[in-house]
Design a protein around this ligand. Structure first.
Ligand code: SAH
Ligand code: SF4
Length: 408
C-alpha cells in the first residue's frame, strides 16, 4: 500500500525551474569571495571592526543575513553603498547556498538540489534539502501543538524542512542510497544553516509566526560533523529565530557524538532520533556496520545521559525491510528492547524506499500495519511516516545520484 503510493507520486515528480532559482540578479556572483553567511553576530562584528566600522554594523549584517534572508550584498540597504563597496573590496559576499534545482510532487512536497560552495575553494557540490508542507507525521507525539494562527495566502498549517549535514556519508548502512556516494566532505555550519534559510526565503515563511519543524535527516551523519552541525543549530536558534524544540537530529548511533550532544545546553539542543532499524545487534550489525563499533546497549547508555525536557521523547527510527526487519517477532523484540532502555520513547516506522543497486525488498502488504499494531499493543507509541518528502524520489541520496548521473 505504502509503496503503490510512493510509485504513483514519484512519477509525478517534475523538475520545475532548473538553474533558475538563485541565478537572479541579486545573488553575488564572485564565487571566489568569502561567505559572510555562517558567521554569527560576534564574528560579523569583528569583520566590521577590521573594516574600521562600529560593532553595531555587525548586528545590521546579522539581521540582513538571517532575518531578512538577503541573497546579495546589494540588497543590504541598511549598510549604505560605500560600506557595501568596502565589503566587496574586502573579498566578501553573502554566500548563502543557492537552490539550483527544484522538484515538486503533487502533494506539495518540494525537493531541492542545493549548491554549496566553500569560501576557500571554487568547489561546488549539491546536497538534497526537502520542504514538506504538513510534515510527514514523524514529528507527531512530541507534545507540541498542531495549530498556528491563520496566515493569509498560506496553504499549509505546519511544515518540515529536511536538511543535509554532509555531502555523502561514510557510515555505509547497507539499505541507504546516500551511503553509495561515500563521504565527499563535511558541510560547513553556513552550508547547513543556509539550506534552511534558502527554503524559508523561497517559501516566504514568517519565522516566529508559522510553525516550521527542522529535521537533520538528509544526506550525511550529523554526529560525524558535530562541530559544524551544532554551530548551525546555534545560528538557527540565535540568529534565525527557530526553536530547538522544533528540531530533531537523527544519528546512526555515533556514541561520542551523543555524549557531546548530552552536554549541550537545552536552549540549543534539538530533540534526538536514533536510527535503530533492527530488532537486535545481530541483525543491526549486518545492516549498519557501525553497530560493530557502538552496539545498541552502548548507544542507549549514551542516550540516557541526556537531560530530557518535560514531555520530550527520544525517537527511534525503524526502516522496515521485507523479511529482514519487518516480522512480528522483530516487533516484539523492539518493544522489549525499548522497555529495557527505560527511556521515554516513540517509534517512527518507515517502509524501506527501494533504490537502484540495493538488494533488499519492500515489506509485504500488511506487514507495516501488523508491525505497528504489535508495538502499540505493547504500549510503545508508534507513528507511521507518510511516504513523502525525502521518501518520494525514493530514498534520500537518490535525487542527487539520479540527476547527476543523467547529467553526465
Ligand atoms: N545519518 C543519519 C541521518 C540521515 S538518514 C541517520 O542515519 O540517522 C535519515 C534516516 O533515513 C535514517 O533513519 C535512515 O535509517 C533512513 N533511511 C536511509 N535510507 C533509507 C531508505 N532507503 N528507506 C527508508 N529510510 C531510509
Ligand atoms: Fe549515513 Fe544515515 Fe545513510 Fe547510514 S542511513 S549511510 S548514517 S545517511
Amino acid at each position: 500500500m505504502l509503496n503503490s503510493v510512493m510509485k504513483a507520486e514519484s512519477r509525478q515528480l517534475v523538475q520545475l525551474d532548473a538553474q533558475k532559482s538563485g541565478a537572479g540578479a541579486t545573488t553575488d556572483s564572485d564565487s571566489g569571495a568569502k561567505p559572510l553567511f555562517g558567521l554569527d553576530r560576534e564574528a560579523l562584528k569583528e569583520r566590521m571592526g577590521e573594516l574600521g566600522e562600529p560593532g553595531w554594523r555587525g548586528k545590521q549584517l546579522a539581521e540582513a543575513l538571517y532575518r531578512q534572508h538577503v541573497e546579495g550584498l546589494n540588497e543590504i540597504t541598511t549598510l549604505g553603498k560605500t560600506l557595501r563597496g568596502k565589503l566587496v573590496e574586502g573579498g566578501w559576499k553573502v554566500g548563502r547556498p543557492a537552490i539550483r534545482q527544484v522538484f515538486k510532487s503533487i502533494d506539495g512536497t518540494e525537493r531541492y538540489l542545493v549548491e554549496c560552495g566553500r569560501g576557500d575553494t571554487q568547489t561546488k557540490e549539491t546536497v538534497e534539502t526537502v520542504w514538506m508542507p504538513e510534515g510527514d507525521d514523524g514529528e507527531l507525539g512530541d507534545g507540541s501543538d498542531s495549530t498556528r494562527p491563520e496566515v493569509a495566502g498560506k496553504t499549509w498549517n505546519r511544515a518540515t524542512i529536511c536538511v543535509s549535514s554532509q555531502v555523502g556519508c561514510a557510515v555505509n548502512c547497507q539499505f541507504c542510497l546516500t551511503a553509495k556516494l561515500g563521504l565527499q566532505r563535511n558541510l560547513t555550519a553556513g552550508e547547513i544553516a543556509g539550506q534552511v534559510v534558502s527554503v524559508l526565503a523561497r517559501q516566504a515563511v514568517e519565522v516566529g509566526k508559522e510553525r516550521v519543524n527542522l529535521v537533520f535527516m538528509g544526506m550525511g551523519e550529523p554526529f560525524l560533523n558535530y562541530d559544524n552541525f551544532i554551530a548551525a543549530v546555534r545560528l538557527l536558534v540565535r540568529e534565525v529565530g527557530l526553536s530547538p524544540q522544533r528540531m530533531t537530529v537523527s544519528t546512526s548511533g555515533i556514541v561520542p557524538g551523543i555524549e557531546r550532544f548530552a552536554e549541550e545546553p537545552a536552549e540549543v539542543r534539538p530533540k534526538l532520533a536514533i536510527s535503530l532499524n533492527a530488532p537486535n545487534n545481530l541483525v543491526r550489525q549486518e545492516l549498519m556496520p557501525i553497530n560493530r563499533k557502538w552496539n545498541i546497549e552502548s548507544v542507549m547508555d549514551a542516550v540516557r545521559r541526556i537531560k530530557l525536557r518535560t514531555r520530550e521523547r527520544v525517537t527511534f527510527e525503524y526502516v522496515l525491510l521485507g523479511g529482514v526487519t519487518d516480522q512480528p517477532e522483530h516487533a516484539r523484540q523492539v518493544a522489549r528492547l525499548l522497555r529495557r532502555a527505560g527511556l521515554p520513547v516513540k517509534v517512527n516506522l518507515i517502509a524501506w524506499n527501494p533504490g537502484p543497486g540495493i538488494a533488499y525488498s519492500i515489506p509485504k502488504p500488511g506487514a507495516v500495519d501488523a508491525f505497528s499494531a504489535i508495538l502499540a499493543g505493547e504500549g510503545v507509541p508508534v507513528y507511521l511516516r507518510r511516504p513523502r518528502g525525502r521518501d518520494i524520489y525514493a530514498a534520500c541520496g537518490q535525487l542527487k545520484r539520479t540527476v547527476e548521473e543523467n547529467g553526465k
